[in-house]
Design a protein. Structure first.
Length: 89
């Protein structure tokens, strides 16, 4: 099963459990993660279901490429890290 890890930046705003999901792509994994937590979904995805500008996702050490469809493929043992994108100087 793929593992979803939310970094501690998100923990300031809400509980962020480590989750295991079975999914073929990032969209399926996120749908599974957000099934019982609409507030967490609202922090990660916008009203159209796209990744918010202030959020970055890494899959197996590589930044996700598809911010709209979230169709990045997953392996059965993928590690998905969801974090707040930081900017500024």
């Amino acid at each position: 099963m793929a593992h979803i890890i939310f970094t501690q930046q998100l923990a300031r705003f809400m509980p962020v459990p480590k989750l295991e999901v079975q999914a073929a792509d990032l969209r399926g994994a996120l749908d599974g993660a957000f099934a019982g937590n609409a507030r967490l979904r609202g922090y990660v995805l916008d009203d159209q279901g796209c990744l918010r500008e202030n959020v970055v996702i890494f899959i197996d050490g590589q930044r996700s490429r598809d911010r709209v469809l979230l169709a990045d493929a997953l392996r059965p043992d993928s590690q998905i890290y969801i974090l707040q994108a930081l900017s500024g100087g």
